[in-house]
Design a protein. Structure first.
Length: 217
């Protein structure tokens, strides 16, 4: 499973990237706002840091404008992946940009019917939003299962990028289902390490080691 980080925070990306845990990055207009930086500048910096795809999102509504924005964003670096919304215009832009050889991430997916259309339009990644479905009392993870089944039935190569991840369980459940990629905030990825029995065991080993009076170095 590939790990993308869902942030435009350079320091947070660098920390995980130094551990070899970053296979890509996703951003969106809200994350660019949070960074307080210009999209071109921060995207260029992320692309220089990370080898994998870095999603940068278009904001236009019409396909032709999305295509122009996508081409412009793609000039920032070779590893820019153009992110388009799951609308008809977004799918038109996806088809054109994909045919030009660019990577395209189709975002804001909330149904398996939408995911099927994105795959037909040649999307590199489909981004189903788990947390936002959970927020309205639906089972976000069911969408990941449904898309996995549909894509596998027909051998679609579009990668399932489980997005809007809010918990460690979201990551584990998406991995069990076979999502190709998860994108999560750095804080969630880092919290995957937490287990009370690890802390308890380490405290016991530390106390016992002190009693031996030994040193390794
Ligand atoms: C994915 O590409 C999106 O940027 C992101 O996962 C949205 O997550 P949110 O619902 O927590 O804003």
């Amino acid at each position: 499973m590939k790990f993308f980080v869902d942030t435009a925070d350079i320091a947070a990306i660098k920390e995980l990237n130094d551990l070899g845990m970053v296979d890509g990055v996703t951003t969106n207009p809200s994350l660019i706002l949070k960074s307080g930086r210009a999209i071109a500048e921060v995207t260029a910096e992320i692309c220089a840091l990370v080898e994998g795809p870095v999603s940068a999102e278009v904001v236009a509504e019409k396909a032709e404008d999305m295509i122009a924005e996508g081409r412009h964003l793609a000039k920032i670096a070779d590893n820019v992946c153009v992110k388009v919304p799951l609308t008809w215009d977004g799918l038109k832009a996806c088809r054109v940009l994909t045919d030009e050889g660019r990577k395209v991430n189709v975002t804001l997916c909330f149904s398996s019917a939408q995911a099927l259309l994105a795959a037909k339009a040649g999307a590199t990644f489909i981004s189903p939003f788990i947390g936002r479905l959970d927020d309205i009392h639906l089972e976000g993870m069911d969408l990941i299962s449904d898309i996995r089944e549909i894509y596998d039935n027909y051998g679609f190569e579009t990668e399932i990028l489980a997005a809007s991840i809010r918990t460690v369980n979201h990551i584990v459940d998406a991995a069990r289902i076979g999502a190709d990629v998860i994108t999560a905030p750095p804080s969630i990825i880092k919290s995957m390490i937490t287990h009370p029995l690890t802390d308890k065991g380490l405290a016991q080993f530390d106390a016992d080691w002190k009693q031996t009076g030994q040193k390794i170095l």
